[in-house]
Design a protein. Structure first.
Length: 109
């Protein structure tokens, strides 16, 4: 059973209430600030950092683990964070002439 200090007077009750409210607000403000910082960092990676989608996903998942497992906090909703786009790279194809030029320089054993 958890024992809480019993306020002896009305001013004590008011003070304890105010302290609890401040404590709760401080925790909520810290959580909001942390979520704001995470959004800012992920946005920076996608927009200014120009990282690949896999790098941003790795950062996202690392932060998700930190918040949920280590800090035991709700990670929040990050659907509005810009995500890095997967690159659409087209494979480089060597032309027939380029292949012939390479083969001409090869020596047969």
């Amino acid at each position: 059973c958890i024992k809480y200090p019993v306020p002896s007077s009305r001013p004590d009750q008011v003070r304890m209430f105010i302290d609890k409210v401040r404590e709760k607000r401080q925790t909520q403000d810290q959580q909001k600030q942390a979520a704001h910082d995470v959004k800012g960092y992920l946005t920076y990676l996608a927009v200014q950092g120009q990282v690949s989608a896999s790098t941003q996903n790795q950062a996202f998942n690392a932060l998700l683990f930190l918040f949920r497992q280590a800090l035991k906090q709700d990670f929040g909703d990050f659907q509005d964070v810009p995500r890095a786009k997967k690159s659409k790279t087209i494979p480089v194809v060597v032309s027939r002439k380029e292949i012939e030029a390479v083969l001409k320089h090869l020596q047969h054993p």
